[in-house]
Write a protein that binds this ligand. Structure first.
Ligand code: KIV
Length: 276
C-alpha cells in the first residue's frame, strides 16, 4: 500500500518533482523524451529517460495532422494511459490540448481527468502572461504544472508558422518576465521551445524551477525531443534541433540510449542544433 515509501529504498526510485529540482541544483542534465504508446514507453524507461511527455505532437506524428490543434483531451488521456502502463521510473507529463485550459475551472476539470483517468503526474500547458491565472488556479489545487514558453505550436495559426521566438530584445525581456510570473504562479517546471541560446540561458538562470529545452540551446537544465524524430521515423524536413540518433545503432533501444547518453554528456545539443 505504501509503495511510495518502499520505492525510496530502490536502486532507481521513480522520478518525481523533488528529483527534478535536485537534478537542477546538482547541475545534472534532465533527459526528457515524448512517447505515445506502451511499447515505446517501456524502451524509453529502460534507456534511462527521466521525464516522458505525452505531447500533443501526437496530433502530427500519430494522427497525421499538420498541426497540434485538432488534438482533444480524450486523445491525450488515451495515449497517457497507454504510456503509463509502460513506465516504472520516468516521470509522466501530459499536454493540455488546444482550448482545453481557457478558463480556470475548465482547466482544473481537464487536468483532473488527465491525472485520474490517464495517470499523468504533471500537466503541461502553453503559457504566457495570459495563462498566469490558470497556472495559479491549478497550483492552488496541487496540480503539478509545466509551463511551455517560446514557440507555442498551438498558436501556429496566430504566429504564422513554426518560427524561432524571442530574437528581438523586447520580446526576449518579455519572455523572461513571463517565465518569472509563471514560476511565481506555481509552475513546477518550464519548457522552452525554439529560442536563441542566450535567452535559454537567461531564463534558466533567472528561475529556480528546472527549465527543459527543445531548440533552446545547451544551457537549460534538460533537453526534450520528439521520439519519432530521434528514431528517424519523421519524414520530410525536420527542425534544426533534431538529431537522428539511429546512426550507428542496432535497435530503437540503442538509439534512445545514445540520446540519453548524449544529453547526460552534454554532447547534445551541438552548435548545429542551436539558434542565435
Ligand atoms: O507536444 C510535444 O511533443 C511537445 C514537445 C515538442 C516539447 O510539446
Amino acid at each position: 500500500m505504501y509503495t511510495q515509501l518502499e520505492q525510496r529504498g530502490m536502486a532507481e526510485p521513480p522520478v518525481n518533482v523533488a528529483t527534478l529540482a535536485k537534478m537542477k541544483s546538482d547541475g545534472q542534465p534532465i533527459v526528457c523524451l515524448t512517447a505515445y504508446d506502451a511499447s515505446y514507453a517501456v524502451l524509453v524507461d529502460k534507456a534511462g529517460v527521466d521525464l516522458v511527455l505525452v505531447g500533443d505532437s501526437l496530433g502530427m506524428v500519430i494522427q497525421g495532422h499538420d498541426t497540434t490543434v485538432p488534438v482533444t483531451v480524450s486523445d491525450i488521456i488515451y495515449h497517457t494511459r497507454n504510456v503509463a502502463r509502460g513506465l516504472r521510473r520516468a516521470f509522466l507529463v501530459s499536454d493540455m490540448p488546444f482550448m482545453s485550459y481557457v478558463e480556470p475551472a475548465q482547466a482544473l476539470d481537464n487536468a483532473v481527468h488527465m491525472m485520474q483517468d490517464g495517470g499523468a503526474m504533471m500537466i503541461k500547458l502553453e503559457g504566457g502572461d495570459g495563462q498566469v491565472e490558470i497556472v495559479e488556479h491549478l497550483a492552488k489545487h496541487d496540480i503539478p504544472v509545466c509551463a511551455h514558453l517560446g514557440l507555442k505550436p498551438q498558436s501556429v495559426h496566430k504566429i504564422g508558422g513554426f518560427k524561432v521566438q524571442g530574437r528581438e530584445p523586447d520580446k526576449a525581456k518579455q519572455m523572461i518576465k513571463s517565465a518569472r510570473k509563471l514560476e511565481g504562479a506555481g509552475a513546477d517546471l518550464l519548457l522552452l521551445e525554439c529560442v536563441p541560446n542566450e535567452l535559454g540561458k537567461a531564463i534558466t538562470e533567472t528561475v529556480q524551477v528546472p527549465v527543459i529545452g527543445i531548440g533552446a540551446g545547451p544551457s537549460v537544465d534538460g533537453q526534450i525531443l520528439v521520439l519519432y524524430d530521434i528514431l528517424d521515423i519523421t519524414q520530410g524536413r525536420t527542425p534544426r534541433f533534431v538529431q537522428n540518433f539511429t546512426v550507428g545503432q542496432q535497435s530503437p533501444l540503442d538509439a534512445i540510449k545514445a540520446y540519453v547518453q548524449a544529453v547526460k554528456d552534454r554532447k547534445y545539443p551541438a552548435p548545429e542544433h542551436c539558434f542565435s
